[in-house]
Design a protein around this ligand. Structure first.
Ligand code: X3X
Length: 332
């Protein structure tokens, strides 16, 4: 057989082999463990369960995503590390935890940037963020979603807070990423990082003087049942989660299943944004019925206190904050 004909058969064979990767073999099956820290009553948990169910159904049982809430599996920094190590694992955490690998995500998650959910969602759809996602993939993190938004984070304390001076000496619980610690320290508090699972007991026992979180966290985890009945409307960080998987694990998934997985996570984040926008007013009213008091704050004073956090940190792309401000200004 001449060389040209042999090569054409090999190529054809290769094409068919590659082609079979495009459409999964009937016996293909993959189980992925999905980990996050949210509680059963919180929308993020419900959304992850719904997405996993839709993917199972649309792939006829080929792609099984087992969801593990409340940090039953590695979460926060440790959850992202599982992804980077190439585990068959999906980490659902806020983008500040990607900042350890791609510092520009610390800029994306910087305090007091966004006036609405939509501004953040629109920013995540820009080429600027697409470039950041490409950097993340090079670091071992494929990003399937970035806007599972769970609400603007406010201060939740016993004491009424209206200015940074009011926070002086107060230990405020935060998640463990540098973004939160730097933010609460700049706001005037003593940032006290704790896993969510230890937070409410720390508040009850006076280990911390308060915490910060969204109204959806407040009602979903029953923070309101504790002593911290005052919410200061700082809206200092837009609480949002991304969905992260190993690029190596992703590459092994047949293309037709990749399309379904991406479609369902994208559909899920859009639905969650719409749902929480519609629910927020009612959640505030319900919290007020439990005795929670919402206090307005001196926004200019907090913005001034947080201004140093817009200075580029080590590893950030030069001009990253200016680029973000330019995109936001273009939306307003
Ligand atoms: O990475 C995800 C977020 O940082 C979680 O924030 P955290 O630890 O304040 O938990 C929010 C709660 O709603 C979890 O139930």
């Amino acid at each position: 057989m001449n060389v040209k004909k042999t090569l054409s058969i090999i190529c054809a064979g290769a094409f068919l082999a590659i082609g079979s990767q495009a459409v999964a073999a009937d016996d293909y099956k993959l189980t992925l463990k999905l980990s996050h820290v949210f509680s059963p009553a919180e929308q993020l948990t419900k959304s992850m369960d719904a997405v996993a169910e839709a993917i199972l159904e649309r792939t006829d049982g080929a792609i099984v995503i087992q969801t593990f809430p409340q940090a039953q599996l590695p979460a926060y920094k440790e959850g992202v590390e599982q992804v980077v190590r190439g585990a068959k694992f999906i980490s659902v955490e806020d983008p500040s935890f990607i900042g350890d690998y791609v510092p520009d995500f610390k800029a994306l998650y910087a305090p007091m940037l966004y006036r609405s959910f939509d501004e953040y969602v629109t920013l995540t759809e820009t080429q600027l963020v697409a470039d950041m996602k490409a950097q993340a993939e090079e670091q071992g993190i494929k990003i399937l979603a970035l806007h599972y938004i769970y609400g603007f984070r406010n201060l939740i304390t016993q004491k009424v807070i209206t200015t940074p001076a009011d926070l002086s000496g107060m230990k405020i619980r935060t998640p463990g990423s540098k973004s939160y610690i730097d933010t609460l320290n700049a706001m005037g508090a003593v940032a006290t990082p704790l896993p969510w699972g230890e937070t409410l007991s720390a508040v009850q026992q006076g280990v911390v003087d308060g915490l910060e979180g969204s109204e959806f966290t407040n009602i979903g985890t029953k923070v309101y049942e504790g002593p911290t009945k005052n919410v200061a409307n700082t809206r200092h960080i837009l609480g949002t989660c991304g969905v992260y998987i190993s690029p190596q694990v992703w590459a092994e998934i047949p293309e037709n299943y990749q399309v379904i997985i991406q479609e369902e996570f994208s559909k899920g984040e859009d639905e969650m944004v719409a749902l929480l926008k519609s629910q927020h007013g009612g959640v505030v009213e319900e919290l007020e019925s439990y005795g929670v008091v919402f206090n307005e704050v001196d926004g200019d004073a907090f913005r001034q206190a947080l201004a140093p956090l817009y200075n580029e940190q080590e590893g950030m792309t030069p001009g990253i904050f200016e680029a973000i401000f330019t995109e936001l200004d273009a939306m307003r």
